[in-house]
Design a protein around this ligand. Structure first.
Ligand code: F6P
Length: 553
């Protein structure tokens, strides 16, 4: 397979000295570019005409993708081959949003039956809890749900709850608790009516330190009020692939909803991990969310690469990262309801493709995942957009907007849209010294003052961006949006020849955390520090131990 290196020698030479705005200069058939460099799929519309790429360069990238075995790798994923080779696992989160007959075709009969049963059980639970058929220990309807989980056992729920806030019609208030910091726990417990709270512990491994500590604290909190293990039986559920550990925690097997090893944590919102979201928006909307993702899957599987939205997004990302050497990617949803999307995509993208060895374990001689960051617009304009406009860093940006917003405030929505489109235009066009000078002359500033001020007001422009539109932020649109990025990341991983589905990089921090915890528990400045820890860390532990010691006296 032709690796990245073969391509990059000359392909980007012209782009590196090109001004994107020239694609829209007077006299150029700019309308054609705006039309040609856009795509529709599963209710999403992508405008990528503000990218620093021309037709010939894109064709070269597409030919490379064709020659790279990408289609075969895509087929391998959807058909259940163990493409997550370092963990010897298949990658089949897409199956969870596919029709039953596809599950029965791909999975062995018994496993397919288990998956279908789990989905039916989840639907029954949502029905029983939202209708009040499943009651609290005091015979009431549940009013609140606390989902305890972190990483992929948290971000999907969080982005779903905020994005589909307008669809939260069941009346249940769903809260999420992720961080081990007691401040997060105190904040949540203060909101929870203990008598009518359902707790869902979500952990694929059921070994994650933060989740287990939080779950134990909430369990102690409940038992302190209800000194009766029956409350765990009636008020607690778990979602995990490790039923034994969930049972050891005190949750009976029939209250554990299964997860499977072929569903990665950061791709698990489509499984019973989505239970808290379904409890908030109802099963009908949750199924619509999955349907939107399925429609994007079908587009990804069937569209020719040149009109395949995940493939185009992926190639543009590689073009910016590896050919134009841009190290970051800004995710700017101009939609308050999508404010959790940047955080969700940080895990989906950086935990998947933040790697540096290929499938054979050989060091790569090119970089991979970009540094993903972002926040909702227009807030971003009052935070980091200054750097994006006037520093030397060129930061490719994905603008994401819903064309219809809150119907009560159409004027607000119009201003939000205008700001979004303006930022994309400004990042592309910038403002030259000549333009600034002309503006200042029109203000009748002296030549001396103009000469002094003008350089400080120029903007580099030439920043590439995508604008991703949807008519309305519905459950279907959200499903399609998340699936789009999942597949973009899959395509990039395939082309970078890395495994996007393991995450060995999180292990070292966890292991060192255990050593440091032990050093802290010894609670003495003179403790013979564990030689594994640097003097810097040893000093920090000593400072912590001193405060802890004073607090305990
Ligand atoms: O961030 C590391 C990670 O393993 C993620 O991949 C996962 O989503 C998260 O921790 C939580 O893991 P678990 O669901 O097993 O608690």
């Amino acid at each position: 397979m032709p690796t990245l290196n073969k391509l990059s020698i000359n392909l980007a030479k012209q782009a590196k000295t090109r001004d994107i705005a020239d694609f829209f200069a007077v006299g150029v058939d700019a309308k054609k570019r705006a039309e040609q460099f856009s795509l529709s799929a599963a209710g999403l519309y992508l405008d990528y005409s503000k990218q620093n790429i021309n037709e010939e360069e894109l064709i070269q990238l597409l030919q490379w993708a064709q020659a790279s075995g990408l289609a075969e790798h895509r087929q391998a994923m959807f058909s259940g081959e163990k493409i997550n080779h370092t963990e010897n696992r298949a990658v089949l989160h897409t199956l969870l949003r596919a029709p039953d007959e596809v599950k029965q075709k791909i999975l062995p009969a018994d496993l397919a039956a288990e998956v279908l049963a789990a989905e039916n059980n989840m639907a029954s639970l949502v029905n029983d809890i939202t209708t009040g058929k499943k009651k609290t220990i005091t015979g009431q309807k549940f009013t609140d749900v606390l989902a305890i989980g972190i990483g992929g056992s948290f971000y999907g729920i969080k982005v779903g709850l905020s994005a589909l806030n307008a669809y939260q019609k069941t009346g249940l208030k769903v809260h999420v608790l992720a961080n081990v910091d007691g401040k997060a726990l105190v904040e949540k417990l203060a909101l929870l009516p203990i008598e009518t709270t359902l707790v869902v512990v979500i952990s694929k491994t059921f070994t994650t330190q933060e989740t287990l500590l939080n779950a134990q604290a909430v369990k102690d909190w409940m038992l302190a009020t209800y000194n009766n293990e029956q409350i765990i039986e009636q008020h607690w559920l778990a979602v995990s692939s490790n039923i034994t550990l969930a049972q050891q925690f005190g949750i009976s097997a029939e209250n554990v909803l299964p997860m499977w090893d072929w569903v990665g944590g950061r791709f698990s919102i489509w499984s019973a991990v989505g239970l808290p979201l379904a409890l908030a928006i109802g099963m009908e909307n949750f199924l619509a969310f999955k349907q939107g993702a399925y429609q994007l899957d079908q587009h990804f599987l069937s569209a020719p690469f040149e009109t395949n939205m995940p493939v185009i997004l992926a190639l543009l990302g590689i073009w910016n990262r590896n050919f134009l050497d841009y190290s970051a990617l800004a995710i700017l949803p101009y939609d308050h309801a999508l404010r959790a999307l940047p955080g969700y995509l940080q895990q989906t993208d950086m935990e998947s493709n933040g790697k540096s060895v290929n499938h054979q374990g050989e060091a790569l001689n090119y970089v991979t995942a970009p540094i993903v960051f972002g926040q909702e617009g227009t807030n971003a304009q009052h935070a980091f957009m200054q750097l994006m406009h006037q520093s030397d860093e060129i930061i490719p940006t994905d603008f994401i907007v819903a064309l219809s917003g809150d119907e009560n405030y159409p004027e607000h929505h119009q201003i939000l849209m205008a700001n979004c489109f303006a930022q994309a235009e400004a990042l592309m066009k910038g403002k030259s010294l000549a333009e600034v000078t002309k503006e200042l002359e029109a203000l009748a500033l002296s030549a001396k003052d103009i000469a002094k001020l003008a350089p400080h007001k120029t903007m580099k422009g030439n920043t590439p961006s995508n604008t991703l539109l949807m008519d309305k932020l519905t459950p279907q649109a959200l499903g399609a949006l998340l699936a789009l990025y999942e597949h973009k990341i899959f395509v990039q991983g395939a082309l970078w020849q890395i495994n996007p589905f393991d995450q060995w990089g999180v292990e070292l921090g966890k292991a060192l955390g255990k050593d440091i915890l032990q050093a802290m528990d010894e609670l003495s400045d003179t403790t013979p520090f564990n030689e594994k820890l640097s003097a810097s860390t040893q000093k920090l532990i000593a400072l912590y131990n001193r405060v802890k010691k004073n607090l305990s006296q």
